[in-house]
Design a protein around this ligand. Structure first.
Ligand code: ADP
Length: 227
């Protein structure tokens, strides 16, 4: 589903973030990217959503070559590949409901569809009772649940999670991880970047370990190891 062929990314002026990456992620997989800060995890996620372009090599999504995508295709690609972040990136002065409604409005859904989808997403993450609360008043765990609901509202095939538990306490972290497992069991491909050892070992899924921008291990199931 996602293929990296000899992918290198060099940031200006001369920072090699990832080098000669080769891997394939199949539809429905749960893949964990592990590595120290600066190892290249976020760069891989940005390349997958085509927020950055490789300096060398090719990336494919369902056989579509990223080099050949037009701007319209990139918009569609990003709808198919949702993302959540450590820092949530919510509209903090908007309500829980509006955080889902506004992006769906931009997509041009009808008012009825927006209501139905927003209710479905908020019930899935147990936040329907909080729909009128401003996002800034939510706890960290609730904020991450809201970002997951927002990311899934466009029916993506893939969910990328960039250190989603980085700002959370252990119990909220486990809730988010259980939610990701659940989402994956419904057929959505999940790619999780993390350096939480306990989470990696608990999940017992495929682990791609990065060191200085290179893949040093790719095992299924894998364990947490740092080089
Ligand atoms: P990780 O997510 O594993 O912490 P990153 O992918 O964020 O790693 O970073 C990999 C390397 O690329 C680091 O050395 C980082 O400083 C560098 N880097 C990331 N983004 C940029 C950028 N926009 N410009 C220059 N260097 C960058």
């Amino acid at each position: 589903m996602i293929v990296f062929k000899n992918v290198t990314k060099i940031y200006f002026p001369n920072i090699t973030a990832v080098e000669k990456l080769n891997f394939e992620i199949k539809a429905g997989e749960f893949v964990i990217l592990v590595g120290r800060s600066g190892a290249g995890k976020s760069t891989i996620l940005k390349l997958i959503r085509k927020e950055e372009n490789p300096t060398e090599g090719h990336i494919y999504y369902k056989n579509l070559d990223y080099h050949k995508l037009k701007p319209k295709d990139v918009t569609l690609l990003r709808r198919k590949i949702g993302i959540i972040f450590q820092e949530f990136k919510l509209l903090l002065d908007r309500t829980v409901y509006e955080n889902i409604r506004l992006p769906l409005e931009i997509l041009g859904l009808s008012a009825k569809e927006i209501y139905r989808k927003t209710e479905e997403m908020l019930r899935m993450v147990d936040l329907w009772s909080h729909k009128t609360v401003l996002a800034k008043f939510l706890s960290g765990g609730e904020k991450q649940k809201l970002s997951i609901a927002r990311a899934l509202s466009t029916n993506p095939e893939v969910l990328l999670a960039d250190e989603p538990t980085g700002n959370l306490d252990p119990i909220s972290s486990m809730e988010i991880i259980e939610l990701l497992k659940n989402i994956n069991s419904q057929g959505i491909t999940v790619i999780l970047a993390t350096h939480h050892k306990d989470i990696v070992n608990y999940l017992n899924k495929r682990v791609i370990t990065l060191h200085q921008g290179r893949i040093v291990r790719d095992e299924n199931p894998g364990k947490y190891t740092l080089i």
